[in-house]
Design a protein around this ligand. Sequence first.
Ligand code: PLP
Length: 385
Amino acid sequence: MRRLAIDGGDPMFPHGVPFVRPPAPPLDEVVARLRPTYEQGAMTNGPLVRELEAAVADRMGVAHVVAVSSCTTGLILALAGLRHLDGLEGPVLMPSFTFSAGPHSVAWNDLGVRFAECDPLSFQLDLVDAHARLDGAGAIMATHVFGAPCRPEQVEALGAEAGIPVLFDAAHGFGGRRAGRPLGGFGEVEVFSMTPTKPLVAGEGGLVCTDRADLAEYLHLAREYGNPGDYDTRFVGLNGRLSEMHAAVALASIEHIDEHLATRRRMAARFSDAILGIPGVRVQAIDEGDESTFKDFTIAVDALEYGADRDTLVSVLRAEGVDTRNYFDPPVHRQRSHATRSPADLPVTDAVARTVVSLPLYPALDDATIDGIVELIAAAPQANA
Ligand SMILES: *Cc1c(COP(=O)(O)O)cnc(C)c1O
């Protein structure tokens, strides 16, 4: 067996395996899309943004898509809309095992955050724990963690039981499907992200999907300072517009998204099949019949059974040139931004956060690299360092 780099051997990947490579579309395709409107002087929130919104609404089967400058902005404005239209006020029930932007969007609305546990196998919002914490909540915001559907119809049922709206942080979810149904159409609203690490890229940008005409109308104003055009602002909005340049990148990306997702799924299956054979290491559990985007391919290690803890595995991989991310560690309730304002006792989430690591996954990785990473995972417990 080869000597691990952490023990002084030569690294398996001397040039390094980056964690992520944005699935950016070919530049000439972006320029071709952008040129006509650009030359007419349309720079922001113009014809390409309209075209993008229509294309996504069609694809997701939703009545309204409102493009905004980021997913964070979209979540902030969607919550603001529910406050404005429906009088939403109570705390928002959500997982702590997610990216900070979701809880931040609640805090920006001066609403309380009420954290719930995640499921240790799927890493998704634990619906039983969420149910136990439902009393008095004003809304539920669940994340499709790593692009796998979070049983959205069951989250909807929780919301219906309490009579409160459900939102989905679908930042990872563009192109994912729950039992055949595209993500984007669940709950009151779903919000996708188009930053470079997400399945559909625009550089920056967010897509708010909703079937509610009143919410869409609110969002159209909200992304324009609250100004319908007469400069008599109806409420306090902000500049949440998406630029035409970003819309051009997004439109070009959509042309490639299905092929791109098929590649990610094929690579994830190769990883999963091989990892199955390593004791103490498991992959994120995804319901049969669901399709993840594999925005991240995330494994969890049981230190006792595996023979090494997550941090050792990360160190071994780093020494070999493999870049990874500990998503989501620390979980949001442990982050300084939320620890005191939304304290929570979440032992399952803490335990999951300590054991997870996301591996590189993007079309430029070849099968030999995937197999090499798996070989390193299998060998890591033998590290002496
Ligand atoms: C990236 C991300 C966001 C934020 O998206 P932006 O477009 O960067 O604002 C929100 N939620 C999750 C789960 C994310 O991963």
